[in-house]
Design a protein around this ligand. Structure first.
Ligand SMILES: Cc1cc2nc3c(=O)[nH]c(=O)nc-3n(C[C@H](O)[C@H](O)[C@H](O)COP(=O)(O)O)c2cc1C
Length: 172
């Protein structure tokens, strides 16, 4: 069965991941969700549990070794949406929570769909981190241009769910 592990991080766009998961599961893809602590401020784990029909992973301190379980669940790890913070952690090899540890342990393909304020996205630090991830072989689904939720204009909005889904379907 086709499967994907979706990492959800603390972006305002986290609610859009619900539509992505719904669409993937309707196409018969088995979806496993790993959320950061910040992501839980935006969407409840129960929503993802209901949409996937699977356990939702949130903490590295749950019994077993969740980062190893997650790496075995799929060859594709897709981070939707990806915050500036998680991009920085991935680029630097920091592994201080379940999602960043899972990224380091993962040996398959990684797709990242960034979402953030246009100023954050344009910042030298974020651009440097994204370049490093590209060089590491990570597939990026670039954010769109337009008006952010905060009213700022520029590039930073999560790409469309259709774009992200079609990349995921190509990769699994
Ligand atoms: C209302 C609100 C919206 C936010 N939206 C974003 C966002 O879209 N992108 C982003 O990079 N950070 C955003 N942040 C900041 C992150 O939540 C914060 O950096 C957090 O530490 C990210 O943690 P995580 O990467 O572990 O999920 C937002 C914060 C708040 C309070």
């Amino acid at each position: 069965m086709k499967s994907v592990v979706i990492g959800v991080t603390g972006s305002i766009a986290a609610y859009r991941t619900c539509d992505l998961i719904r669409s993937l599961t309707k196409k018969g893809v088995s979806v496993h969700v790993c959320m950061t602590e910040s992501a839980e401020h935006f969407v409840g784990r129960i929503t993802f549990e209901a949409l996937t029909g699977q356990r939702v992973y949130t903490s590295q301190w749950e019994s077993g070794m969740p980062h190893i379980e997650l790496k075995r669940l799929s060859k594709l790890l897709a981070i939707v949406p990806a915050t500036a913070d998680i991009i920085g952690k991935f680029a630097s090899g920091i592994a201080d929570d379940l999602l960043s540890s899972t990224y380091l342990a993962h040996t398959g393909t990684v797709l990242i769909a960034p979402s953030m304020n246009p100023g954050m996205y344009a910042s030298k630090a974020v651009q440097r981190n994204l370049q490093r991830l590209r060089e590491d072989g990570v597939i990026l689904v670039d954010p769109a241009n337009g008006e952010a939720v905060c009213g700022d204009e520029g590039q930073g909005k999560l790409a469309t769910i259709e774009q992200i889904e079609s990349r995921i379907l190509e990769l699994i």
